[in-house]
Ligand binder design. Structure first.
Ligand code: PLP
Length: 456
């Protein structure tokens, strides 16, 4: 840090403070983790200085032999780990991976009559005029994904994201009583809507998804079946989600981030069969610029780690811990969407505590517990204030906390939520943001959280 400090001390201070925050607070954000020192070191090095547009052995820059090495190793580990025919490890993030996949499917499936007449099949060969035709035709392309408030992700066709502008989108939700995915309802909507892409995957759905059933629905309506496994890739890698719950054998194309339960560097990845491989490899220059070779090096290391038996044990513990956390909260009276979890996350409906998600998130942070607010299905408080907080166990499991500690964590979360009261704004009107939490309670919980982590 001294080297950084000699140039910009404020950045050095922020890095130090971030390390302290991450060490001392209970990190329950379901999409975060702690990458290993090997992953962090593979990422912080001279690869960052290298341009390498293109693919392995076919670059638009000279001097890429070392980048070729790390990109090949990362792709090889990804193929072996997930049992995929093809892996594209260049996407810089989950959103990039999804964009690469969308364009691969579009390029593969959308016949633009004007282009077909001209014999043009590659997106890269399009002229301005072709693009005008393509844009018109794209407006008709449809995507069906999980609704945001049921736990889907913005990139699955929602308005504020480019995917919502590229596709005519519809969504499937969850059963209003059980909170579970209703496959018959997905089938009904798919038959009516006939999407080009049927999308599965989520950011806040606390249950496994049966990908075999989803593929059957996709086949019935002639859709390409895409799964965004960003959240649960670590559980697939760790062989906790197998058979019907492993997306790779069932989907035409799978995307993921590498930094959540998979515990790698921030980044994305696309897996597919041989039919889509050539289109996926056109991610650069279609959607991406130069790859991040330092991040690909770190992906290679993280994927190598995920192939080891201890990663399977880790993934198993992530799910056990989530179940224990859910059990501990339910026992104390918390209301959980779907009543529990069978993956790495749970969603607490904090309206039972008389709070909005925003108030709950802020109060928990005051007490050293880092979470994020999240909509619950059909949320009356909308996507900003929300009525839920999402909790996940990948990070605390990486710290070595187990089932016994999860019960204590549940107790701390409950103490904070039960001890927080909403407060009126200055105008006397009930605020969705303001809250009161006794400082002594917050300090006691923060102290206990730090003690729990001190041994891990
Ligand atoms: N897909 C899913 C299901 C996600 O949960 C996320 C991140 O929250 C993304 C994609 C986007 O990933 P990134 O933040 O790396 O762009």
């Amino acid at each position: 840090l001294d080297v950084v400090r000699s140039v910009e001390p404020r950045v050095a201070d922020a890095i130090g403070a971030e390390l302290a925050d991450q060490r001392e607070s209970l990190k329950l954000i379901a999409s975060e983790n702690y990458a290993s020192p090997a992953v962090l070191l593979a990422m912080g090095n001279w690869f960052s200085d290298k341009y390498a547009e293109g693919t392995v052995g076919r670059r638009f820059y000279a001097g890429c032999r070392n980048v070729d090495t790390v990109e090949s190793i990362a792709a090889e580990h990804a193929r072996e780990l997930f049992g995929a025919a093809h892996a594209y490890v260049q996407p810089h993030s989950g959103i990039d991976a999804n964009l690469v996949a969308f364009w691969a499917v579009l390029a593969d499936r959308v016949e633009v009559p004007a282009l077909a007449r001209a014999g043009v099949r590659q997106v890269n060969d399009l002229t301005e005029q072709d693009w005008a035709v393509l844009r018109r035709e794209l407006g008709d392309q449809r995507m069906l994904g999980m609704s945001l408030d049921a736990g889907g992700h913005l990139t699955h066709g929602f308005r504020p994201n480019i995917s919502g502008k590229m596709f005519d989108q519809r969504s499937y939700g969850t059963d209003p009583v059980t909170g579970l995915l209703d496959y018959d309802e997905v089938r009904r909507i798919a038959r009516e809507f006939r999407p080009l892409i049927l999308m599965a995957g989520y950011s806040a759905y606390p249950r496994r998804v049966n990908f075999r059933l989803m593929r059957e629905i996709a086949d019935e309506v002639g859709a390409t079946f895409m799964v965004d496994m960003a959240h649960f890739a670590g559980l697939v890698a760790g062989k906790v989600f197998t058979g019907d719950f492993d997306p790779v054998p069932h989907a035409h194309i799978v995307t993921t981030t590498t930094h959540k339960s998979l515990r790698g560097p921030r980044g994305g990845m696309v897996l597919c069969g041989p039919e889509l491989a050539a289109q996926v490899d056109r991610g650069c220059p279609m959607v991406l610029g130069g790859p991040l070779p330092h991040v690909m090096a770190a992906k290679a290391v993280a994927l190598a780690e995920a192939r080891r038996p201890d990663f399977q044990a880790y993934a198993g513990r992530v799910v056990e811990n989530a179940a224990a956390l859910a059990e501990g909260l339910s026992r104390r009276g918390a209301s959980l969407v779907t009543g529990g979890t069978d993956n790495h996350l749970l969603l607490v409906d904090v309206s039972g505590y008389g709070l909005t998600g925003r108030q709950a998130e802020a109060a928990l942070l005051d007490a050293g517990i880092v979470t994020n607010r999240n909509s619950v299905p059909r949320d009356p408080n909308g996507a900003w204030y929300t009525s839920g907080v999402r909790l996940g166990t990948p990070a605390l499991t990486s710290r070595g906390l187990g089932v016994a500690e999860m019960d204590e964590v549940a107790g701390l979360v409950h103490t904070v939520l039960a001890g927080t009261r909403p407060e009126a704004g200055p105008d006397g009107v009930a605020s969705k943001a303001r809250y009161r939490l006794d400082r002594a309670v917050a300090d006691r919980v923060a102290g206990r959280a730090a003690d729990l982590l001190a041994n891990h």
